[in-house]
Design a protein around this ligand. Sequence first.
Ligand code: CO
Length: 155
Amino acid sequence: MAIRQLRTSEEEILRKKSKLVKEITPQVITLLEDMAETMYDAPGVGLAAVQVGVLKRVVVIDIGEGLIELINPEIIKEEGLQRTKEGCLSVPGMTGAVDRAEKLTVKALDRNGNEFSFDAEGYLAVAIGHEMDHLDGILFTDKCIAVEYIDDEDE
Ligand code: CO
């Protein structure tokens, strides 16, 4: 496992659409493991492959309830609306309020290539929505009501 370099929003790659994973190769498994290590090191609660420079539809999330690995995730149902404050490892120094679904159902492949689906709500639904946007080149700053700049001196 290795910590990979985080890409930031000035880099063109963050705006590109990630590609479906056609085959779960050993490289994809290494990617998943490196992404988790990079996320925990940052620390962050989610990471999409594009954030480490790989245009594959791969996401890791851990909001403190255990690691979730998603390959080719799709949101198959959305319900309600919630407004929360978001930040992003690729947009350092900024936060902002974003409206997202309150509840959603996600379908994805696990690292063995088995399809699974689950329901998420609250903060987990926010994290999933945020990471899925990365797969389509969308950043939270595109959706947020007002950006706030964090002054590190005051943190
Ligand atoms: Co992000």
